[in-house]
Each structure stands twice: as C-alpha cells, then as structure tokens.
Ligand binder design. Sequence first.
Ligand code: FES
Length: 110
Amino acid sequence: MAKVTFVQPDGSQRTCVNFEGMTLMQLAVGNLVDGIDALCGGMMQCATCHCWIDPEWIGRTGMAGPDERAMLEAIEGVEIRPESRLSCQVQLGEELDGLVVRIPPEQPGV
Ligand code: FES
C-alpha cells in the first residue's frame, strides 16, 4: 500500500491510497481525479491519462520508454515535459509511497 498525491493545475491536492497491482491511471480513475480520463482503458492509445511526475520522483518511476514517448509526442496542444508519463504505464508499488503527480491544465480529448 502506498499513497500518491495528485496536484491539480489550481494547486489543489488530493492524496489517494493505492493497492497492490494498480497503475497510476487506475488509482486516479478509481478516485475520480479530475484531468485523468483514460479513454482507452490503459491500452496506450489515447494519452488522456497524461501526467507530469514530480521531478523529484522521476528517477523512481522511470521516464517514458520509446513507444510511450512517441505517443506523448503525437499529442497536440499539450505541454510535454521530460517528466511526462502516460499514467496507465506507471505501475505502483511500495517504492512509490509518497509519489507526487501533477495534472497538466490542458489534456488531449478533455
Ligand atoms: S489510458 Fe489511454 S493511453 Fe493511458
């Protein structure tokens, strides 16, 4: 079990508790976190689960791999940062207890 804090563009924060085997996207959707729509259900086809991992945590979550990066770079009108990830591709575990994730103000398809 680990806690993840989602930070909205207006600075409001919400901390959610994950259970073993969840992805970051599943945690966000299960807790109705605004800005994570996950329209494709985690198939890496929509990018509506885009988020920015807090830079202090990117070493632990890892950066986007080549396929994920290509999907992110195909998004228009959204700020893609080095710490951008598709939340459906981030597997949560004990090592990510305390993770902080930022929701971008503009999301694809939202
Ligand atoms: S849920 Fe569609 S790409 Fe992550």
